[in-house]
Design a protein around this ligand. Structure first.
Ligand SMILES: [Zn+2]
Length: 593
């Protein structure tokens, strides 16, 4: 496959929105990529392993490369909006923003350096679904937001989608599909078929399943822990998977079937059961929902949930049970729950549980059951072993994420975050630019480039505030100055070449922030270090014109041309004068000595 063709195909596929990890509502097909597992043995016999691997890796590489561009992210966002239009309901947008930001800010996860920060839109669509593009643009349909009235259930969907992006499922699955296609062909041992499969794969790219069953399972599992780590009620996940299962057959009341485990859509039934089990395990297997709306602790009946707060009885049951699970997970003893104090269940995730316990008699009963649950973890061997096992599994998960976080924030990745920052600044998406500059600086805190970059991001944010509020934001101004100084200090202990780069960058940042005099000062310092580069002369010419210094502008544009600058960079209003008498090298030298 010609590299260019592949590139075009990938671009087309992503930009038209044909490749996105969704909730995968459709019945899961038989062609799981897991079945490609034995293919490497077959392949090695036929001696085409390296070809298949190269092809597969090329597909993965192209999708990741294309997706790692803020401009392409914008194009996936634009094309998604152009299909159905945007949902202008303020409440829908506020909810998605609030829930997604909590997942992003408080959740425990690592993001690959070649992945972009998440962006999202709520789209006008009656289809109950959401999707994450390989560019980390998350499309949420209005029907889904409207239907999932619980924030915790909405968090379940958004956490699932975030995992598709964080784990780069689309690129990995497409690559796996290539291997699978090879494998299927090889099994027939028919050379023509192998050829046909190869050439057809990318031609029919659009028809393949976007994510594999393995990725869907991963998005559910990792999504659950992401949701819980971000402080949401773990009952949100069973609610979301149950609503999704209901959507498979919207005409029928299938709740009873789901809760009794006999729903004739096995994939949906399984996803719900797994979510329910994870919620129970999060609280070390003490709490359980039975018959859809009854809550039990250690096999003892606690209460029956009723409808309320815009939620059905069974939804409230899962939020009550999820709240208990979260509490048992987060508090090391019944005492730590602070019964009777104003701090009791003082977190949004516990709202439904706290409301349910407003009945004093029930609250007393609950407290006794809870104390019993904690003591079982000590006295009962089975409970003790379960808790040790679950805590160990959690530790392993968290250690793995921590190690990965350290890896992605290694100094060598600072450049990747800086590149994102540059693109977002060009697009005037200054908050996203700032976040990426922050990551670059965290990865490489002693680099003058990263410090300078941070200064630039702060300046850009300041410009935003300036435009909106007609005054500089003090905090950002202070920080911009602080980071400028840091960058200068680091540069002072570096080589002339490095310092030249710093001042050149400073000149650019100050120019972008509209500080033309400061930009000129930095540019002159850079010229003193490397007088043969045209760039800084051009910058001073431009700034001078902005400052109303026409003569200065003409002078520096002349010097720019004398150092190999291009006439097309000279503004039309002074081009004749700049061209008239070209500056000589002697002029330039005398200007610097
Ligand atoms: Zn999915």
């Amino acid at each position: 496959m010609n590299k260019m063709d592949l590139r075009k195909k990938v671009m087309y596929t992503i930009s038209t929105g044909l490749l996105a990890g969704t909730l995968s509502l459709a019945p899961m097909g038989a062609s799981s990529v897991a079945e490609a597992g034995g293919w490497d043995i077959v392949g090695s016999i036929l001696g085409t392993v390296s070809q298949a691997t190269a092809e597969s890796e090329a597909v993965r590489y192209e999708i990741l490369r294309w997706s790692n561009s803020p401009k392409n992210q914008q194009s996936t966002l634009d094309s998604s909006i152009s299909k159905n239009g945007i949902d202008t309901d303020v409440e829908h947008n506020e909810r998605v923003s609030r829930v997604l930001n909590q997942l992003i800010d408080r959740g425990n996860y690592a993001m690959e350096p070649n992945s972009l920060p998440f962006r999202w839109r709520v789209i006008n669509s009656d289809e109950w679904n959401a999707g994450c593009y390989p560019t980390d643009y998350i499309e949420v349909n209005s029907a889904l937001v409207k239907d999932l009235t619980s924030d915790d259930a909405l968090a379940g969907v958004l956490a699932h989608e975030m995992i598709h992006g964080l784990h780069q499922h689309m690129a990995n699955d497409a690559a796996q599909q290539v291997l699978y296609q090879y494998g299927a062909g090889l099994l027939t041992m028919n050379a023509d078929y192998i050829q046909a499969t190869l050439s057809n794969y990318l031609t029919n790219y659009v028809t393949i399943k976007n994510t594999s069953n393995i990725s869907e399972a991963d998005a559910d599992e990792s999504g659950f822990y992401l949701l819980a780590s971000a402080g949401f009620n773990p009952g949100g996940f069973p609610i979301e998977t149950c609503r999704m299962a209901q959507m498979d057959k919207s005409n029928r009341g299938i709740l009873t079937e789901i809760f009794t485990g006999v729903y004739d859509h096995p994939a949906s039934q399984k996803r719900f059961n797994q979510a329910e089990q994870r919620m129970e395990e999060y609280g070390y297997n003490h709490v359980k929902v039975k018959n859809g709306n009854e809550v039990y602790i250690d096999g003892q009946y606690l209460m029956t949930a009723t409808e309320g707060n815009g939620l059905e009885d069974w939804e409230n049951a899962y939020l009550i049970a999820g709240g208990i699970s979260k509490g048992i997970h987060d508090y090391h003893s019944a005492y730590a729950w602070n019964f009777g104090s104003k701090d009791f269940l003082n977190d949004r995730a516990y709202d439904t549980l706290r409301d349910a316990l407003s009945n004093a008699e029930l609250a007393a009963k609950f407290q006794t059951m809870l104390e019993n649950a904690y003591s079982l973890d000590v006295t009962d061997k089975e409970h003790r072993n379960t808790k040790v096992k679950l805590k160990q599994a959690e530790k392993e998960r968290n250690d793995k994420i921590a190690a990965h976080k350290a890896e992605v924030m290694a100094p060598e990745n600072a450049g990747a975050y800086r590149a994102h920052c540059d693109s977002y600044l060009d697009m005037e998406l200054n908050k996203l630019a700032f976040k990426e500059a922050e990551k670059a600086l965290t990865a490489d805190p002693n680099s003058y480039i990263q410090n300078g970059n941070m200064a630039r991001a702060y300046s850009a944010l300041n410009d935003d505030y300036k435009e909106k509020h007609d005054s500089f934001n003090d905090e950002y101004s202070r920080k911009a100055i602080e980071f400028n100084e840091k960058a200068l200090n680091i540069a002072n202990s570096n080589s002339i070449n490095d310092t030249y780069w710093l001042y050149t960058n400073m000149a650019l940042y100050q120019q972008q922030a509209g500080n033309y005099t400061l930009s000129n000062e930095a540019a002159l310092t850079a010229i003193a270090m490397q007088p043969d580069k045209e760039k800084n002369y051009r910058r001073i010419g431009y700034n001078s014109l902005k400052l109303g210094d026409r003569e200065g502008a003409i002078k520096y544009y002349k010097m720019c041309l004398a150092h190999g600058g291009n006439l097309s960079s000279v503004p039309e209003e002074i081009v004749a004068e700049v061209q008239a008498n070209s500056t000589t090298i002697d002029d330039i030298i005398s200007d610097n000595e």
